[in-house]
Design a binder for this molecule. Sequence first.
Ligand SMILES: Cc1cc2nc3c(=O)[nH]c(=O)nc-3n(C[C@H](O)[C@H](O)[C@H](O)COP(=O)(O)OP(=O)(O)OC[C@H]3O[C@@H](n4cnc5c(N)ncnc54)[C@H](O)[C@@H]3O)c2cc1C
Length: 328
Amino acid sequence: MGEGKSVWVFSENHDLILEMLGKGREIADKLGAELDVVYVGSNVQEKAKEVVKCGADKIYLVDDPAFEYFQAEAYLGVLHGLAVNYKPEIMLIGSTKNGNPLAARLATRLDVGCVPDCARLSVDDQGRLVGERITYGGNAVAKVTFKTKPQIATVPQRAFDKAEPKDHDGQVVKLDVKAEPAKTEVLERKPLETSNVRIEEAEVVISCGRGLEKKEDKALLDELATVLCGQVGCSRPLAEDRKWFGEWVGLSGHKVKPKLYVACGISGVIQHVAGIRDAKVIVAINKDEQAPIFEIADYGVVGNLYEVLPALKEALKKQLEWTLSKTA
Ligand SMILES: Cc1cc2nc3c(=O)[nH]c(=O)nc-3n(C[C@H](O)[C@H](O)[C@H](O)COP(=O)(O)OP(=O)(O)OC[C@H]3O[C@@H](n4cnc5c(N)ncnc54)[C@H](O)[C@@H]3O)c2cc1C
């Protein structure tokens, strides 16, 4: 270990903590630093233990019913207090709807810099953190480093693979922290109704764009998704303008990382493509052979989705039945 140097990871999202741990470990090892996690919540001891197994050297654990739900002032108070006391070199914070404003507020309180949405992270030869983030609506990548410490960066979901549990030993430091009084009051909490649950986790995503004419035609995608055990997604106009879906894929929506992404009637402009870059195989179905989606697709079908999708579904079903008959 270095002279008390540490790299910290924080998120209110457990999976995102595990995703940041692997990269955090790499950075900490490069700096000769400790890798610590700030874990805040209620009844989270078991989860904190999992984080130790996945590579954290130390967990600052705040486990109290007052922290059951994310609450900006309360979580900010914890992170700020700890950062002032222990002076980490780097703080990696999960880029979520809560994490991004939290990181910005923390940076303001500490009077340091903050770089949001770093999908790539490295350390330069002066030991400074370097973050890379997509900018100008997906048309450029900005490389940013820091002049102040702690260096605060937020990290989007699925930028890095989750760290796996191994025989790692670490220390859990339980903290008794009082929550800062909130300036807002939560009146009601209700689950979000979404048609596609956790599309980021799906191994197969079938997405439609403005090529889909009517809401009911979603059934065509649902059928193919059922055959391929996948999830259905869409481009932004179908969710934001037509309100046929709750969420969308892309720069301002979900970043997906499936083994197979099928884009049906999607033109493939940069803002959509920014969300599917990490897909292993992209198949595009579009009636315009000049559509930009074909530039990034691994396989392209120039055709009408209303003809191609039913034919594709039938062919896949036949293949599946044949495979099952051979293995029976
Ligand atoms: C700041 C900002 C952020 C944005 N973020 C996102 C984002 O996160 N995600 C996103 O998706 N968009 C985003 N957008 C919107 C984006 O710029 C595009 O407007 C949008 O992606 C286009 O959606 P589309 O491909 O469905 O529609 P279009 O561009 O209209 O394309 C429709 C395609 O369907 C094809 N087609 C039509 N009929 C058929 C048919 N019967 N069979 C086969 N093909 C057919 C056409 O040839 C065409 O290529 C963003 C825009 C801005 C300004």
